[in-house]
Every structure is written in structure tokens, then in C-alpha cells.
Design a protein around this ligand. Structure first.
Ligand code: PMP
Length: 378
């Protein structure tokens, strides 16, 4: 017998959700993924690695076929490998199903309802959402000149309700890094009991020697309140397998582990990460190719007058402001799927070599077709 839904009480909110949901969750727009590309189009909307997986990595994953069994809950082999590499104990590493899941765990572990999470804006789209999920208040500090973090303003925004601060470098979606000197001065100003999450999802693409590197010294981040986040999704090309990691104080990571959904990291993901570390020099060779394409793309865009900020990730940012939707449409019609942030700008991932020239061609045509749009910022 099929259960019939009961009558909906007249006081049900207008969200269209038939059950009682936390109001702040009901108010969130439903998640929208970057559009999947058709056969002809280039998908430049999710900062993915354009290179296909290495055959050795594919073979290792195929061999990890005992998936009638649950995986190792701690991803112990990968954890030990990363611990050795960064000169920390195994407890100083935490592996998650993508670094975004560790972000969620850290926010969950630190924030009670009404607490505050500070981050720059615009930055990674997940940040406000993760704060809201935890019942916390997102405190969004506008980017400074050059679409860079305004770390002074972020330190000024700390209150006695602040529990976590996220620093994204290079900043997704705008591109600039935070320098080591800026970060060091910033953490000096942050109370030692406030968690600082250094989100280095794009660290491997950075070519600016002044950039912060939270893992440059063996022994992990020098301060106990700093956790560094890295991922295998971007430089290592494992976005579809979901594996990222954090390095930090073991007790802070224990708190994250306490909030995690057990067994989320699959054996295949762990195996692929280990095989990718084995093939690291080859993979970093590909990263260098992407970084070179990025520099060429950014330089080409600047040559035709676009005010592209420093680009240190695997993407570039077009500050299209009020013309974002029209400009994104022009890319879309040309078979280039980009990520548009209406009213603000467009993030274009650095993808296949053929896509570089195509992006430059369309960006140039926008200059002639939408002269007002472009002149405002050229
Ligand atoms: N941080 C930043 C800044 C990102 O851009 C992303 C992915 N877009 C992530 C974290 C999460 O990556 P993943 O969960 O695939 O490791």
C-alpha cells in the first residue's frame, strides 16, 4: 500500500518544501553545477584539469577492485605518505572526500549557531553556504584593489563570535595570491584560539615566488590555529574521485574527524592519490603546461584591454560587472562554457590548448560587439 501524504498545514512556509526545513536552508538557492559540455564545446567552468588521467593511475584504480568491502576509514596509507612528505605525524594529516568536505567539517567543528566565519568576497562559492549549513553567520569582507584579499580588513572584522577565517590563495575565482609576508602579518593579528583555514586548492599552479605556502617548512603550519587545505582534484586531475587533505594540529584535525561522515573516502580515491604521488613529476609537468597557458591567456586578454587580475590558479578572471550575462552568452554561443557570476565577472578555466586561442578570439569580438561593456573596465 502506498502511503498518502497527509494534509499540509496552512502555516507551511512558501518555500515549496513539503516538510519542515531550517529557514536558512530553505532560503538557499538549489545547487547548480557548472554545465556539462557537449561534444563540440570546451568546459571551462569548473577549474578542472584538461588532461586525461595517466594510464598508470587508471590501472591502479582498476586494480583496487575489492569494493565489496568498506574502505579504510582513515585512508591510512595515503595519510602516512602525506605525513612523511610534510614532516608531521599521521594524526597531523586528515584525508577527506574532496577538500570541500574537510572545509565543511572544520566549520561544523568550530561554529555554534550565531558564530561567525570570515572570508573574502568574492571567493569560493561554497564558503557562505558552509557557514550557513553550520548555523553560523558568513562575514564577507570585500576584496581590495586588484581583486586581492584585504587581510587587514579581515583581521579588523574579528569579533568574539569569530570561530573560523578562510583565506583562499590563489583566490577562486579572481586569481591573485596572498604573499607569505601578508599571511604571516595576518596570523599575528588573529587571536590564537580562532581557526585560520588556508585554502590552497590551487597551490601547485602558483609561479609567484612571494606566495604563501602553508607547507613550506617540514612540521606543518607553524601556528597551532592554522590548518592548510590541499586537494588532488586540480593539479593531480582526480576531481571525479573526490580526495583532498588537511595538514594541521592533530587535535584540531581530531575535531574535524569527529564531524566527518565515516567511510566517505573510497579505496579507489585513496589508491589514485597514491598512484598520482608516484607519478608526481609527470603530473607537475602537466601543471607547468597549464600555468604557461594561463600566463599566455592572461597576457593575451590584457593586450586586448581586459583588466585581468594576477592569475595564479588554473583560471583567469574577466571583471565584466553589469555586462557579465551578455559576455558569458557570447562565450557560450561560441562553444566555450565559462562560469559567470552575474553582476561581477566571469571565471574561465585554463583548459585545452585549442581553447586558449578560441577564448582570446571571443574576448576580442566582445570588445568590438559590446564596446561599452569593455571600455568601462579596459
Ligand atoms: N577550495 C577551493 C578554493 C576550490 O576552488 C575548490 C574546488 N572548486 C575546493 C576548495 C574544493 O575542491 P575539492 O573538494 O574537489 O577538493
Amino acid at each position: 500500500m502506498t502511503a498518502q501524504p497527509g494534509p499540509v498545514p496552512p502555516d507551511r512556509p512558501a518555500s515549496g518544501i513539503p516538510v519542515r526545513v531550517r529557514p536558512e536552508i530553505a532560503a538557499l538557492p538549489p545547487y547548480k553545477q557548472g554545465r556539462q559540455a557537449g561534444a563540440e564545446a570546451f568546459k571551462l567552468s569548473s577549474n578542472e584539469n584538461p588532461f586525461e588521467p595517466l594510464p598508470g593511475v587508471v590501472e591502479a584504480v582498476a586494480a583496487a577492485s575489492a569494493f565489496n568491502r568498506y574502505p579504510d576509514a582513515t585512508a591510512g596509507r595515503l595519510r602516512a605518505r602525506l605525513a612523511e612528505r610534510f614532516g608531521v605525524t599521521d594524526e597531523g594529516v586528515h584525508v577527506g572526500a574532496g577538500s570541500v568536505s574537510i572545509l565543511a567539517q572544520l566549520v561544523q567543528a568550530t561554529c555554534s549557531p550565531g558564530d561567525e566565519v570570515i572570508f573574502a568576497w568574492r571567493s569560493f562559492e561554497a564558503y557562505p553556504w558552509l557557514a550557513v549549513l553550520a548555523g553560523a553567520k558568513p562575514v564577507m569582507v570585500p576584496l581590495a584593489e586588484g581583486a586581492r584579499h584585504d587581510l587587514d580588513a579581515m583581521a579588523d572584522a574579528v569579533t568574539d563570535r569569530t570561530r573560523a577565517i578562510i583565506v583562499c590563495t590563489p583566490n577562486n575565482p579572481t586569481g591573485p595570491i596572498v604573499t607569505q609576508a601578508e599571511f604571516d602579518a595576518f596570523v599575528e593579528r588573529v587571536p590564537g584560539d580562532v581557526l585560520v583555514i588556508l585554502d590552497e586548492a590551487y597551490a601547485e599552479f602558483v609561479t609567484d615566488a612571494t606566495a604563501v605556502n602553508g607547507l613550506r617548512e617540514p612540521g606543518g603550519p607553524p601556528r597551532a590555529n592554522v590548518v592548510v587545505l590541499r586537494t588532488f582534484s586540480k593539479a593531480f586531475g582526480l576531481a571525479g574521485l573526490r580526495v583532498g587533505y588537511a595538514v594541521g594540529h592533530p587535535r584540531v584535525l581530531d575535531a574535524a574527524r569527529s564531524t566527518s561522515i565515516p567511510l566517505s573516502v573510497t579505496g579507489q580515491a585513496e589508491t589514485a592519490a597514491l598512484a598520482s604521488l608516484d607519478a608526481e613529476s609527470e603530473l607537475l609537468g602537466r601543471v607547468a603546461v597549464v600555468a604557461e597557458r594561463r600566463d599566455r591567456l592572461a597576457a593575451g586578454l590584457r593586450d586586448i584591454g581586459w583588466a585581468v587580475p594576477e592569475a595564479q590558479g588554473n583560471f583567469v578572471w574577466l571583471p565584466t560587472a553589469g555586462d557579465t550575462v551578455e559576455v558569458a552568452q557570447a562565450f557560450d554561443e561560441a562553444g566555450l562554457i565559462v562560469r559567470a557570476f552575474a553582476g561581477d565577472g566571469i571565471r574561465i578555466s585554463v583548459g585545452e590548448e585549442e581553447a586558449v586561442d578560441k577564448v582570446l578570439r571571443i574576448a576580442a569580438s566582445v570588445v568590438s560587439d559590446l564596446p561599452e561593456a569593455h571600455r568601462a573596465r579596459g
